[in-house]
Design a protein around this ligand. Structure first.
Ligand SMILES: C=C(O[C@@H]1C=C(C(=O)O)C=C[C@H]1O)C(=O)O
Ligand SMILES: [Mg+2]
Length: 466
């Protein structure tokens, strides 16, 4: 069986190299095969040893995970409001010439790009986020896809005109062996501990909230989301696969993502879907309005009822619903939005949640919807322009990729992006954690501060604090 597969691989690779030489044009070669069950975290650990940059995605709603190693190709765009178009054009140009062998029609196999954007291309970048450009996508060299209990390996390789078949084959076989052998060895569980925890300027953050509520009282601005940062120092370098594994195991109903750039890794477990596209089916989510969990079932229910009825939280939530509904009209038909939210429960908190379902209009793609939606009032505010200007001028934070779209797309135009919340930028033995709150006229700084604390808990708990 293995020999038949190997033969198929060599035949396809040889044909791809031939095609590159005939056309005198570099092309992406992509080869997908079904494999036995493997441990995705162990794969990532081995990728780390080979110093291949790692990417990871785990769905909140279905058995679907991607683990990537290496960059076969990178897409990125300059800081501009056309960054979505630019990335999409680069992606389409790559696909036009790609030589793809993929007998499976499973989403997330074959040519898959994982990546994301910064929150606000107009905010000057600081040193904190120097490894993360305004936009970056990777077509990983090696991708493991876990979909509905089945496992696939995709090998992607950009073949250059000067390369020979035998040298490319040798490289791919060696790397494949290094990544896929000894998969049964257990994951190196880290023993990570937090040595110091510094909240960045919490009092100034509360003053900024006061300033925002004053502005809202005097102007037509209704909502502004303000975030803050916590900086951690560990006893040792953080083990990325171990943290991702812990997030998947401890944060139900969340998208777990990881994106490594240089020696930094941005990762998190976010409850918020921005958009999912599969064929003409589009899903989005309105998520805003927060309360803690209760200690008993009764208390939990009581808190959920209060959240559902609380005017301040309903207001925060409704701005998001209105904006997502009206934005979707440009790209979709058959938009379905329930009249009222429901309360969704997560490990440490509860949110008001309204699902959105629609049909994609022809000639629209996931990137057009992202460009229309980001940032929703869940992360920006209402009206968007004014809220973003306030954040840009007053927030004491370089958000970088926090709060921005992060996700994946494949060559069948399937893809999903989440809003990068409940996240951390891991920098070897240090990390920055981010959490924000939707501020409305009635917001009380101290309560919003408490709300950020429960939003920080999931990340803190996997990084070594209970
Ligand atoms: C900004 C964050 O979350 C957003 C703010 C919420 C709120 O204020 O109720 C809830 C969910 C998200 O829309 C965050 O987690 O950092
Ligand atoms: Mg809130």
């Amino acid at each position: 069986m293995i020999e038949v597969k190997e033969k198929q691989f060599t035949v396809e690779l040889e044909a791809a190299v031939q095609s590159v030489q005939t056309d005198q044009k570099n092309k992406l070669f992509s080869y997908t095969e079904k494999i036995n069950q493997v441990n995705l975290y162990r794969f990532l650990e081995k990728a780390g040893i080979l110093e291949l940059p790692r990417t990871f995605w785990s769905s909140a709603t279905e058995a679907f995970q991607l683990a990537g190693a290496g960059h076969a190709f990178e897409l990125s765009a300059e800081a501009s409001r056309y960054r979505y178009d630019q990335v999409e054009q680069e992606w389409n140009a790559l696909l036009d010439d790609a030589v793809i062998y993929n007998p499976y029609h499973t989403s997330g196999t074959g040519v898959v790009a994982l990546g994301g954007f910064s929150f606000d291309p107009l905010k000057p970048q600081t040193k904190l986020w120097e490894n993360f450009p305004e936009s970056h996508f990777s077509i990983p060299s090696y991708i493991l896809t876990h979909a509905d209990g089945k496992y696939y390996l995709t090998i992607n390789r950009l073949i250059h005109t000067a390369e020979t078949y035998s040298s490319v084959l040798e490289e791919l076989q060696n790397n494949r062996q290094a990544l896929m052998d000894n998969m049964e060895i257990p994951l190196n569980s880290s023993g990570l501990r937090i040595q110091s925890k510094q909240e960045i300027a919490p009092d100034l953050w509360k003053e900024t909230i006061k300033k925002a509520t004053d502005v809202m009282k005097k102007t037509a601005v209704d909502k502004i989301v303000l975030a803050r940062e916590v900086r951690l120092h560990f006893n040792q370098s953080a083990n990325i696969p171990d943290i991702l594994n812990r997030l998947v195991n401890t944060q139900p109903n969340s998208y777990v993502f990881g994106y490594e750039m240089g020696e930094d890794c941005f990762l998190g477990a976010t409850p918020e879907r921005l958009v999912k596209v599969k064929d003409d089916e589009v899903l989005s989510t309105c998520l805003a309005g927060t309360a803690p969990r209760g200690d008993t079932i009764e208390e939990d229910e009581q808190i959920a009822n209060n959240l559902f009825q609380d005017p301040k939280n309903r207001e925060e939530h409704d701005y998001v619903v209105q904006m997502i509904r009206s934005t979707m009209e440009a790209y979709c038909t058959d938009i379905m939005v329930p009249d009222e939210p429901v309360v969704h429960q997560y490990k440490t908190l509860q949110h008001l949640y309204t699902p959105v379902r629609a049909k994609l209009k022809e000639n629209h793609r996931i990137f057009s919807i992202i460009s229309g939606l980001h940032p929703t009032p869940a992360l920006g505010g209402t009206p968007r322009r004014d809220a973003l200007a306030f954040i840009r001028d007053n927030e004491l934070l370089d958000r970088g990729w926090y709060g921005a779209p992060i996700g994946w797309m494949d060559s069948n135009n399937h893809g999903e992006f989440a809003v990068a919340l409940r996240s951390a930028l891991i920098q070897k033995d240090e990390a920055s954690l981010f959490a924000g709150c939707g501020i409305v006229e009635d917001s009380v700084p101290e309560s919003e501060y408490e709300e950020t604390k429960i939003k920080l808990m999931p990340m803190l708990s996997v990084l070594g604090v209970d």
